[in-house]
Design a binder for this molecule. Structure first.
Ligand code: 5GP
Length: 190
């Protein structure tokens, strides 16, 4: 998506070699007209798939998921990060390794909000090594719902997350794919 690529080039920056900062338009300050176009692009790609729910992970996926959800006209559920596993059986949980913070945490979704007859689209801001996405996939599988696919704003195509998830037969649609980046240069895959 050209608008997003332009925003990355003009307003993004690379820190520590491997962290793309997009907090000028996506995950701190939010550029709503741009995010709105991203939401429409996900709807255009996944329309006619009878999606009943959008699932994302807190906190940086929530904004884009909510805007996309207006086009699908479905609720958003976000997986919550929790320090300890809830053992009362009322939640689905999965363990995720944070890319940016380099630590493990559990994410959970209440069983009230995902059911076997749901058709779920996952939306997230980044796909890198795939841990966040695989955690959400695990949660959907526990619920028995159908995974329609994943809409990702920015995929680091040089990392292995995309091939891990596509290797499971899950459709991943990324609006910008980064083939290479360092502090001076960002190269897109297509
Ligand atoms: P993964 O689990 O695929 O390794 O990483 C995805 C998660 O880590 C995303 O939910 C995102 O919040 C965060 N993330 C991964 N890479 C980056 C990055 O380069 N910049 C930012 N801002 N977040 C990232």
């Amino acid at each position: 998506m050209q608008l997003l690529k332009d925003a990355i080039l003009e307003r993004g920056s690379v820190k520590n070699g491997d962290v793309l900062k997009v907090d000028a338009f996506l995950n701190h300050q939010m550029d709503i007209p741009l995010i709105n176009e991203m939401g429409k692009a996900f709807q255009e790609y996944f329309k006619n798939q009878h999606i009943t729910k959008i699932l994302t992970i807190e906190s940086s996926g929530i904004g884009i998921a909510c805007i996309a959800a207006q086009y699908f006209n479905v609720p958003v559920v976000f997986a919550k990060k929790s320090e300890s596993r809830n053992l009362d059986g009322a939640v689905y949980t999965s363990r995720v390794t944070s890319f940016t913070r380099q630590r493990n945490y559990d994410v959970m979704v209440s069983k009230k909000f995902l059911a076997a007859d749901d058709r779920v689209l996952i939306i997230d801001d980044f796909l890198a090594r795939g841990s966040a996405l695989l955690g959400l996939i695990d949660i959907i599988r526990q619920s028995g719902a159908t995974i329609v696919g994943a809409g990702i704003c920015i995929e680091k195509a040089y990392d292995d997350g995309g091939s891990k998830v596509r290797g499971l037969g899950i459709k991943v649609h990324s609006l910008a794919k980064i083939e290479y980046m360092d502090e001076n240069r960002i190269v897109f895959a297509d």
